[in-house]
Design a protein around this ligand. Structure first.
Ligand SMILES: NC(=O)c1ccc[n+]([C@@H]2O[C@H](COP(=O)([O-])OP(=O)(O)OC[C@H]3O[C@@H](n4cnc5c(N)ncnc54)[C@H](O)[C@@H]3O)[C@@H](O)[C@H]2O)c1
Ligand SMILES: NC(=O)c1ccc[n+]([C@@H]2O[C@H](COP(=O)([O-])OP(=O)(O)OC[C@H]3O[C@@H](n4cnc5c(N)ncnc54)[C@H](O)[C@@H]3O)[C@@H](O)[C@H]2O)c1
Lengths: 182, 182
């Protein structure tokens, strides 16, 4: 909206955008503190800042990538992470042919260096290694102090309760399509 | 569950698995026809078949991939598609160095051959090309008779209303993590 040059937006316009009731928007926002002015609506600049704060996306998050194969390379090159404040600042692999190579200004390191992450303020990681290596990699990340993991490997990984894991499977995304096709 | 050797399951066990109420499970399934036996529960083999039918995943779906770069290569090699009945049977690119190469038993074709998809019963496609090529590729897929598109490019693509598009952004998946990290 701010890209379209608007400076404020009403709760009913926001409600249309996300298909809920306007009172739901007002209720949810007032839970976190009142950002709006009656009759005028919400200042877009300030609203975006508040939402980022609520979702804890208001600081830059340093992220490590483990596995720089096909998927890992596509992830390293992807420009979409910056929008949410993520920066891939470390990449690891166990293939000697890849170690030392620079991708997007980040040099690929040997997986044995993973335990240095704690000293580098990296608290999130992406796993893009083959299935059989995924659990070992997850264990090493937990030991290194990582708190959140995005797991692409088809294997369910087991970690302590306080570590958050989100597993991605693009096959389930593709599987949503047939239902809509006549 | 069938992998664990169970032959039937109760609505309350299913309910725990997906965190809803048992009556919700019974109500949803009875909408599509009754599969369960009172007191015994649901036969797992039959239930899995019925669910696949409801979601239209009971037939093999031939899928085309456009763009065989880093992301495309990882998608070609991914074994997860088979579980939902998807098979990547065609792959296209515009890079002469890739055209003719075989990946997972599928030969990469020149993007100019895209219009042959209609005659090959391919009604779904995955877009993994750079942002600036995505809309042209989407237009060519619609002309070739494709009905559903999984779009990885960061650009919003515009297609006729009857074509279903699902856009993937792994950055939004990663962005779900910070909220859970203390
Ligand atoms: N979830 C999904 O939707 C999805 C989609 C595509 C691929 N995948 C999965 O992503 C993973 C990667 O796929 P890919 O096509 O990039 O494979 P790939 O073989 O191209 O890449 C794997 C990389 O991991 C490295 N590696 C292997 N063992 C390692 C270890 N112990 N420590 C560090 N690095 C190690 C390899 O050297 C290689 O560079 C696979 O598990 C695949 O199944 C998932
Ligand atoms: N949505 C996400 O979460 C996500 C994650 C990673 C990458 N991406 C996106 O996926 C796309 C592919 O990324 P990548 O790292 O594999 O890039 P890449 O450059 O490695 O691969 C792109 C491929 O597309 C081919 N190509 C280019 N123009 C074409 C055209 N007109 N017709 C047919 N083929 C064409 C190229 O020859 C190349 O093989 C990019 O748009 C990237 O932004 C999205």
């Amino acid at each position: 909206m701010s890209r379209q040059g608007l400076s404020s937006v009403s709760s009913s316009k926001l409600a249309d955008f996300v298909s809920v009731n306007p009172w739901q928007i007002r209720k949810d926002f007032s839970y976190f503190g009142d950002f709006g002015t009656r009759g005028v609506g919400y200042d877009i600049e300030n609203l975006a800042k508040q939402i980022k704060k609520i979702l804890k996306l208001d600081t830059t998050r340093k992220t490590a990538l483990v596995g720089v194969g096909n998927l890992g390379s596509a992830i390293m090159a992807y420009t979409g992470f910056g929008t949410y404040g993520f920066q891939i600042t470390a990449a690891f692999d166990n293939d000697p042919a890849k170690i030392g190579r620079k991708m997007n200004d980040v040099a690929v390191e040997n997986i044995s260096m993973l335990d240095t992450l704690g000293k580098r303020q990296v608290d999130m990681a992406i796993i893009a290694v083959p299935e059989q290596a995924a659990q070992d990699v997850a264990d090493a990340l937990v030991r290194a102090g990582v708190k959140g993991i995005l797991n692409f490997s088809p294997r369910r990984i087991v970690v302590p309760k306080k570590i958050k894991v989100i597993t991605i499977d693009i096959a389930t995304d593709l599987a949503r399509l047939p239902y809509y096709i006549p």
